[in-house]
Design a protein around this ligand. Structure first.
Ligand SMILES: *Cc1c(COP(=O)(O)O)cnc(C)c1O
Length: 461
């Protein structure tokens, strides 16, 4: 404190008091007020009390909105990474709450009363669902890939052979070459961006090779003059050289995505069970993309490799907590209960899959009912045919026919209507196209129509 504060600066306590009821604990408001006053002092400003209060009020509201909270997803993107990817169904959420509220047998064998392994049931269920000898789970798919690389890249075997077409970036800050480097691996790129042949791989395999890695091109697609070896061919080649073949599937739908949303143009997402049947030694995929569960990274494949991974010191650092186990266990139970056969239809109660299957006619009827209810609002309303997407970097080319309510405000701009909805309570996220705000109904749960109506009403005045 070298220079004394100008006397006219508003006192922190007075500012906070003048805010009235707070949307969060008081220390957070005091902290914002302290920062504001320090800023004003730094700028040598001596604003009116009311001006400082106005700024503080805006900052408090902004901070309150940044609190993790439920939003209505009207973007038409089913597993939207910015919106928390897969929502959990009510049965799965209830199973999670049950474990969350009390103690659990997380590391206790109830039969012997002795310490037991974590997630024994979940691992058995996952292995069954993936048609795999063994499975385990870590924090997310990125962690799964790091763990696998750390385990398999060892000694003189440091090279990971991967096609140039698969050195991809997935979402914010997840780049395959960086992950490889972090894991102490040496990248051995083969082929070209658009074409990689079995011979390209064959020429790269040698005494320094640790594994052959394939990364599913999940969030983009290549078309035209492209080639990549069939999985079976590549796994056979790896095995000829006594090397493991690993595939990062990204989403890794357990169900046939094309059959789940017929006529949707949804591309068939590779299933872990297909890859393992084609000879992959390990696969990894996310829990919260098309699987529709909590954030997790599932690893399935050879029992000896899975056992090695679980013994790796990094496994302890990447392990999931009991809440994730509870939600994932309930999710996988639904798959197993619904799908005793490999090609059985998708289970119910997994919101991402439920939303994928809703017929357009049902969305149309909901949309018509909403138009009727919103008729008195100062908006020009219409229904529009839209294209929903899976999101989360899954099936980028697939377009699922959907219906959106189109809103054009009679007064003010579309952008400001969108902003009012986004900052309302609950926040509503749509998208702007054709100079109108679109609320895609495929991702809005039917029981949210009431809350959506209230939000639209509040935002359109
Ligand atoms: C999404 C994705 C990941 C990252 O998965 P997280 O569970 O978010 O860590 C990794 N690889 C591929 C191919 C993906 O599509």
């Amino acid at each position: 404190m070298s220079s004394p504060a100008p006397r006219a600066l508003p006192a922190i306590e007075k500012l906070v008091h003048a805010l009235g009821p707070l949307p969060f604990p008081r220390p957070l408001a005091v902290d914002l007020a302290r920062r504001l006053v320090a800023e004003l002092r730094g700028a040598g400003a001596t604003p009116e009390f009311d001006d400082a209060l106005g700024t503080l009020r805006e900052r408090v509201a902004h901070r309150a909105r940044s609190r993790l909270q439920p939003v209505i997803n009207a973007t038409g993107i089913l597993a939207h990474t910015n919106l928390g990817r897969a929502p959990l169904g009510s049965a799965v959420a209830a199973a999670l709450a049950d474990v969350a509220r009390g103690y659990s047998n997380l590391e206790l064998d109830l039969d012997s009363g002795e310490r037991g392994p974590r997630a024994a049931y979940l691992e058995a269920a996952l292995a069954l669902a993936c048609d795999a000898p063994a499975a385990t789970v870590v924090n997310n798919c990125a962690a799964a890939l790091v763990l696998i690389l750390r385990q398999l890249v060892a000694g003189d075997r440091r090279e990971v052979v991967i096609s140039r077409g698969e050195l991809v970036q997935i979402g914010g800050g997840f780049r395959i070459p960086d992950i490889l480097e972090t894991s102490g691996a040496r990248l051995r790129e083969v082929g070209t961006t658009n074409r990689t042949t079995p011979d390209d791989y064959r020429a790269a395999l040698g005494p320094a090779t640790a594994l052959v890695l394939r990364v599913h091109q999940s969030n983009f697609y290549m078309d035209g003059f492209v080639a990549a070896p069939a999985t079976r061919e590549l796994t056979a080649l790896a095995h000829e050289h006594q090397l493991p073949f690993v595939e990062d599937l990204g989403s890794g739908a357990l169900i046939d995505t094309a059959a789940t949303a017929p006529g949707s143009g949804t591309r068939r997402e590779p299933r872990p069970q297909d890859l393992l049947a084609a000879g992959a030694d390990l696969v990894c995929f996310s829990g919260d993309k098309l699987l529709g569960g909590p954030q997790a990274g599932i690893i399935a494949g050879r029992a000896d490799l899975v056992a090695d991974l679980k013994r790796h010191p990094l496994f302890r650092a990447l392990r999931c907590d009991k809440l994730v186990f509870a939600a994932l266990q309930a999710t996988i139970d639904r798959y197993l209960a619904a799908a005793p056969r490999r090609d059985a239809p998708a289970p119910d109660g997994i919101p991402v899959l439920d939303a994928l299957r809703v017929p357009v006619s049902v969305l149309q009827a909901r949309g018509a009912a909403l138009l009727e209810r919103w008729r008195d609002l100062p908006l020009d309303l219409a229904l529009a045919e839209t294209r929903a997407q899976v999101g989360g970097g899954v099936c980028p080319r697939s377009e699922i026919p959907s219906i959106a309510v189109q809103l054009r405000p009679r007064l003010g701009s579309v952008a400001s209507l969108a902003a009012r909805l986004r900052t309302g309570s609950p926040p509503v996220l749509g998208f702007i196209a054709d100079d109108a705000l679109h609320l895609d109904l495929r991702t809005v749960f039917p029981d949210q129509d009431e809350a959506l109506t209230a939000a639209v009403r509040a935002a359109s005045i």
